[in-house]
Design a protein around this ligand. Structure first.
Ligand SMILES: Cc1cc2nc3c(=O)[nH]c(=O)nc-3n(C[C@H](O)[C@H](O)[C@H](O)COP(=O)(O)O)c2cc1C
Length: 342
């Protein structure tokens, strides 16, 4: 066997469990990205052998229904749907997924509310949850979750406080044999994928790396901002009021951080005046982000909109088809594993 095929064979072996779990050829998920992860990118991802996820975000049941149907028209490969736990119609959205026999549902944005994991499992779908710490990961497994995503603070979008490398070290040795664990956050090249697979990951989830895919509908201005940016431009948002806990968001620096400061002040004042409860206040912050991201991704307003991006953004150097991105990542990973043979 040539060195090259040794690497490829090792990679395939390390990805086998994750790929089988997903029903895909390779154990690479394209993480759901609000406004970006719609029918085009999701179907392109699954058609290229990876696993696409529709970002439901703040969509209504009717919109999600239409998006799933449209995605199905573009691919006969499996794909999943990412639902935000805070969504007021979460249970209805689960039923929309059931109607379309969606094979995998990801619950994001907080611990799953009571009954949601059971409701998804009853539909026959597999449930994937984000595990922000080892103790919570164990709890999620006890509650019947089928797989975990471990996402570090290098990622784009909403982030936790801990880095990917630390979370991977804490969680993989303990839990990787119990359920498939997918590592996310800060992955821009295949060598890193090989490293996490070696640590026991079943696969990986990338977001930032796929934003500039040819099939991604992100506005050309949004893609251009990614192509120009380096790792240090992707910074976490700052919480300005200790009484209003907001989940930090990692995005490219621009004028929108001042708009976010103003929004936090406005919502904090509503809280002070007793005009809104904490949950409503947090929902208002999330609606702000959804709107700001839409402004940048769809309308191309890269000054005032939110340019959510992970630290791996510096490794995004050109617009290219999803299949090429996957092929590059796989070749880099295989090469890294081939070198292990020496
Ligand atoms: C523009 C953008 C939007 C995102 N929106 C969501 C979302 O709606 N729901 C979610 O669970 N994750 C969201 N994420 C996170 C991704 O799904 C993925 O986990 C993350 O991008 C992985 O880290 P990476 O960016 O370092 O590759 C978003 C990320 C980006 C860059």
């Amino acid at each position: 066997m040539s060195n090259e095929s040794i690497g490829a064979e090792r990679l395939q072996r390390r990805m086998a469990r994750g790929a089988e779990f997903l029903g895909s050829e390779v154990a690479i998920l394209c993480g759901a990205m609000s406004w970006v992860s719609e029918r085009n990118l999701v179907s392109a991802m699954s058609n290229a052998g990876g696993f696409g996820l529709i970002a439901c975000g703040a969509m209504s049941s009717e919109l999600l229904d239409a998006e799933i149907a449209a995605t199905k028209a573009l691919t006969d490969k499996p794909f999943g749907v990412n639902l935000i736990t805070m969504h007021p119609q979460l249970m209805d959205l689960i039923q929309v997924c059931a109607k379309h026999q969606v094979s995998h549902v990801v619950l994001a944005g907080g611990l799953p509310p009571k009954g949601s994991v059971e409701a998804i499992k009853e539909t026959g779908a597999k449930v994937i949850c984000f595990a922000p710490a080892l103790s919570l990961a164990k709890k999620l497994i006890r509650s019947g979750v089928d797989a975990l995503v471990v996402e570090g603070m290098e990622a784009g979008g909403h982030i936790g406080p801990v880095s990917t490398s630390v979370l991977a070290q804490e969680i993989l040795p303990e839990l990787a044999e119990q359920v498939p664990v997918f590592v996310a956050g800060g992955i821009g090249r295949g060598e890193a994928i090989a490293g996490y697979l070696d640590q026991g990951a079943a696969g990986v989830q990338l977001g930032t790396r796929f934003v500039c895919a040819t099939e991604s509908i992100a506005h050309p201005n949004f893609k251009r901002a990614f192509l120009r940016a380096s790792a240090r431009d992707a910074v976490a948002s700052v919480q300005i009021d200790p009484r209003l806990p907001v989940i930090p968001v990692r995005a490219l620096k621009n004028a929108s951080s001042e708009l976010f400061t103003a929004k936090q002040r406005e919502v904090a004042q509503l809280l002070d005046e007793g005009k809104v409860e904490m949950l409503e206040a947090q929902l208002q912050i999330e609606h702000y982000w959804a709107g700001a991201l839409r402004r940048a991704v769809i309308e191309g307003d890269v000054d005032n909109g939110s340019l959510m991006a992970g630290q791996s953004v510096g490794m995004v150097t050109k617009e290219e088809p999803v299949a090429e991105i996957i092929a590059t990542l796989m070749a880099e990973a295989a090469h890294a594993l081939e070198k292990r043979a020496a």
